[in-house]
Design a protein around this ligand. Structure first.
Ligand code: ZN
Length: 296
């Protein structure tokens, strides 16, 4: 099961106490459904539990359960059939059949507590969140421009910093920062999902840290092996052309030591010399050998 599904299951299992919040969640769900107008009030979802919740919500308003149809057995479609029923649903949230553009009617969010419930309803309808194992991404897909603008501003008022992008003609409001997604999950009441996200994040951070460490050390080894092989080439060249005997004592010792230990790090060479020469001293002589070879 996807993380989104888990989050939605967790949200659906919440018991909403204040009536005002039940109303706000119902509003979020219906407003951000597939359509919410005099000509069509409908909802489409792959998640049957969510579709059932939508149907249940509509039933709470109309007294009768709306029709749920299965599209290819994949998408559950909930439709309010008659014009009279659609008008009843609209007016339950202060909307009228004549509206040209769909906007958020703030009158449905009577108290501060209702903001969270409204976001929860919207998320159930049009929200998804990526599995934190993959990446951090939460989005709300809104079909209408004005509605999307209103929702964007609503998030800003709550202190969030949403982003917006168009995708296949839909307005996508999204969030990328893991902390923001944690805050939104918590706001909606999905605390178990928040904890899961945090746990995954901690695991990732530890792994990243270990990987960085390993990469850093591998790079160091690579560097010293690479430098070592260049030095060995240089020393062989001196050997071929003028002979190692031509070098002064201190240089020859290091040249021979490097030939015998082509992959040793400076630190290891220092140990082999029992500390008679510092690492920088060894390094200096190795560089000198490379310079001499360049002139051979
Ligand atoms: Zn409330």
């Amino acid at each position: 099961m996807s993380f989104s599904t888990d989050v939605k299951d967790e949200l659906l299992a919440l018991t909403l106490v204040p009536e005002c919040c039940r109303h706000a969640q119902a509003y979020g769900m219906l407003l951000f459904g597939r359509s919410f107008s005099a000509s069509s009030v409908s909802f489409a979802a792959e998640n049957r539990t969510v579709a059932a919740e939508y149907a249940h919500t509509v039933q709470g308003i109309l007294g009768t359960e709306p029709e749920i149809t299965d599209n290819d057995g994949k998408i559950a479609l909930v439709t309010v059939r008659t014009a009279a029923d659609r008008r009843t649903v609209l007016s339950a949230f202060g909307h009228t059949p004549g509206e040209l553009t769909l906007r958020i009617n703030r009158a449905n969010l009577s108290n501060d507590c209702c903001f969270a419930a409204f976001v929860r309803g919207a998320f159930l309808s049009c929200g998804t969140v990526s599995s934190p194992e993959k990446n951090y991404h939460m989005e709300f897909i809104v079909p209408f421009l004005r509605l999307s603008n209103d929702f964007f501003a609503f998030f800003q008022e709550l202190g969030f910093r949403p982003k917006h992008v168009m995708r296949k003609g839909y307005h996508v409001i999204y969030f990328k920062e893991s902390e923001t997604i944690e805050d939104l999950l918590t706001l909606m009441g999905a605390t178990n999902s928040t904890l899961r996200l945090i746990n995954v994040k901690i695991g990732k951070d530890v792994r990243n840290h270990v990987n960085r460490r390993v990469n850093f050390e591998t790079a160091n080894i690579d560097r010293s092996v690479h430098a070592g092989s260049r030095q060995v080439e240089a020393i062989r060249k001196i050997q071929r052309t003028q002979g190692l005997e031509s070098l002064r004592e201190g240089l020859r010792e290091i040249a021979e030591l490097r030939l015998e230990n082509p992959e040793a790090s400076l630190y290891e060479l220092e140990e082999m010399l029992d500390g008679r020469l510092s690492r920088s001293g060894i390094n200096h002589r190795l560089k000198r050998l490379v310079e001499i070879a360049d002139q051979c």
